[in-house]
Design a binder for this molecule. Structure first.
Ligand code: GDP
Length: 449
């Protein structure tokens, strides 16, 4: 048993019971004017929850869902009660006294996985869907939940296990000379799977950007107006901004949504030439951040001539994707120097808000051109690092296996690599995922999911 709605006050809270005892516990504690001697499956009933002494606890709506057509594939009861923390706790206690146990975070989904209703990549999509910060990210998660990724993985798996069966048959009958056409056939099959894995891997960057957000770094010398720009950009979208854990003191990180894409906006300490060890360290850290960023907004103060610090900042990010933001456009502008001409640029005023729309549009445009497929299409099936690593492992094994194929080769080695590849694929769908990894994945879930 566990509440499945978030803690806090609300009109309604929902609790879920899963397991063989669920219905008995409901029957024991539910009184209704309707003739509910037998709860019909998937039908909502109105009534009173009562405790062991028959005292009324709350007026609720309850539904019993018979296995296997349920979230966990076990018998499930869901109760909608009044939404206060005290009420929810009282009802949970009521069922715990009756013999239920409080569910661990993610346990309902874990059961759905263990009972074979969904595979592991689908279970992981549940977390992504809940934490999706933009429409596009939600779409990716929803498709993964629907099994779009697993379908591909199962297909590769079937191809490889068919091939493995053939190879093993050839091992078992060594007297049949292995002729070249047979080896070529093996090779062709492996290459086919590798090519498909490659196309899936190719979409990872845009998939990841949609899921984790594109990271945009704000860079520039002190007083260029970086913090003002950050605040101006957050402006109206502040309501949907969530602070990100692990924010260090020398960088500030905020999230927002631009043109449907989640963006992590990172403000760095000002860049300036210095002999001071601590400030130099700040510059070094900014440099690390630059290499991780998907886009750098290089901010300069357009109302005064650029100086050595501006050039230092330019030097740091020159080789990355940069958008030059010429700030303080509400003041009298000074002409730009040549080195900055070639950069894509926008003029803004963080103070008046002038040019911010153009800046937003420019960021989205740069991002769209980065991910060839702007729509959430086939290319964005893969967004999880764990899945990517598994695909890499599979690919490597297959390539090794293929390279070893040749006249007089040991087919046992080839079979071994195929098995290794299959094992890696199974890690994505959960067929071969070790328990401690499962534990880690499900611990990311919130209570009640
Ligand atoms: P940072 O050190 O780069 O983060 O710069 P700040 O955001 O702290 O801004 C430095 C100074 O420039 C502050 O006094 C701001 O008020 C001012 N400033 C920032 N943006 C603008 C702008 O668009 N126009 C004008 N006139 N002043 C600005």
């Amino acid at each position: 048993v566990s509440p499945v709605t978030p803690a806090g006050e609300g009109g309604v809270a929902v609790l879920r019971l899963s397991g063989a005892l669920a219905k008995a516990l409901l029957v024991k504690n539910f009184r209704s004017s309707a003739k509910t001697a037998e709860f019909e499956s998937h039908r909502l009933y109105h009534g009173q929850l009562v405790d062991a002494r028959g005292t009324q606890v709350d007026e609720v709506m309850a539904v019993f869902m018979r296995a296997p057509r349920t979230y966990t594939r076990e018998d499930v009861v869901e109760i909608s009660c009044h939404g206060g923390s005290l009420m929810v706790r009282k009802i949970v206690d009521l069922f715990v006294e009756g013999g239920a146990r409080i569910a661990k975070p993610g346990e309902f989904t874990l059961r759905a996985f263990l009972n074979g209703r969904i595979d592991l990549s689908q279970a992981e999509a549940v977390v992504d869907l809940i934490s999706a910060r933009s429409e596009a990210a939600g779409k990716v998660a929803l498709r993964q939940l629907g099994g779009a990724l697993s379908k591909k993985i199962f297909l590769y798996r079937d191809n490889l296990s068919d091939l493995l069966a053939l190879v093993e048959a050839s091992i078992d009958f060594p007297e049949e000379e292995l002729d070249l056409p047979v080896l070529d056939g093996f090779r062709g099959s492996v290459r086919g799977v590798v090519a498909r894995i490659d196309s899936l891997l190719e979409g990872f960057d845009s998939g990841r950007a949609l899921r984790e957000g594109l990271s945009v770094l704000i860079l520039g010398r002190p007083n260029a107006g970086k913090s003002s720009l950050l605040n101006a950009l957050l402006g109206e979208s502040r309501a949907i901004v969530t602070p990100i854990a692990g924010t260090t003191r020398d960088t500030i990180e905020e999230s927002l949504v631009l043109g449907g894409f989640p963006i992590r906006l990172i403000d760095t300490a000002g860049i300036r030439e210095t002999n001071d060890i601590i400030e130099a360290e700040g510059v070094r850290r900014a440099q690390d951040k630059i290499s991780e960023a998907d886009l750098v907004l290089l901010v300069v103060d357009g109302s005064r001539p650029l100086d050595g610090d501006d050039y230092l900042a330019l030097k740091l990010c020159r080789d990355h994707r940069v958008l030059l933001v010429i700030n303080k456009n509400d003041l009298l502008p000074t002409p730009l120097e040549r080195e900055f001409f070639s950069l894509p640029q926008v003029r803004v005023s963080a103070h008046s808000g002038q040019g911010l729309e153009a800046l937003r549009a420019a960021v989205v445009k740069l991002f769209l051109s980065a991910s060839s497929d702007a729509e959430v299409g086939e290319s964005t099936l893969l967004s999880d690092r764990r899945h990517r690593e598994a695909l890499w492992r599979c690919r490597e094994a297959l390539v090794r296996g293929e390279e070893g194929l040749g006249p007089g080769c040991a087919l046992e080695v080839f079979a071994l690599e195929l098995r290794e590849g299959l094992e890696a694929l199974g890690g994505i769908t959960g067929e071969t995922t070790p328990d401690e990894i499962l534990g880690k994945i499900f611990s990311r879930f919130c209570v009640g999911k």
